[in-house]
Design a protein around this ligand. Structure first.
Ligand SMILES: [Zn+2]
Length: 143
């Protein structure tokens, strides 16, 4: 069994949204700062007036690393896999797994959701424009 994300009061809304294949970010209503991961306050102005906005789910690979040695037994079948820092179009960076074999820095990626069980879906990223576009991303971008 893989370690699952710890769902806290701050991140509850976020994980509820991923169940519906939505990637949500927090937006400060005081200074308009957008942030990830979820917190109780804005990291720019410390306001607690935060809204949720839906991310377009697209961005680019800021940096990445290929994991060749499983961090624990649960990941043995997954290695090698690519862990990347994704810079979303909204400007925030998010650590996630890339489902493609080969990527490079600057590659355009889009979110896909992997169902872990009924109560949890994990956002992962795949290369954008590889011919097998996810319908959920089309919907999110209004295409
Ligand atoms: Zn703020």
């Amino acid at each position: 069994m893989k370690p699952l994300p710890r769902i806290t009061d701050e991140s509850k809304e976020y994980w509820n949204a991923t169940k519906n294949e939505k990637l949500m970010l927090q937006k400060c209503t005081t200074c308009n700062n957008i942030q990830f991961y979820p917190r109780f306050f804005c990291i720019e102005c410390h306001s607690q007036d935060l809204d949720w906005i839906e991310s377009e789910g697209r961005g680019k690979v800021y940096t990445y690393t290929v994991i060749r040695r499983a961090p624990s037994k649960a990941f043995v079948e997954d290695v090698p896999y690519t862990l990347a820092l994704i810079e979303l179009k909204e400007g925030v960076r998010m650590m996630s797994t890339i489902v493609d074999d080969k990527i490079k820095i600057g590659d355009q990626v889009e979110v896909v959701f992997e169902e872990v069980d009924e109560s949890l879906k994990l956002p992962k990223f795949k290369k954008h424009g590889d011919g097998s576009r996810a319908s959920l991303t089309n919907r999110a971008s209004g295409v």
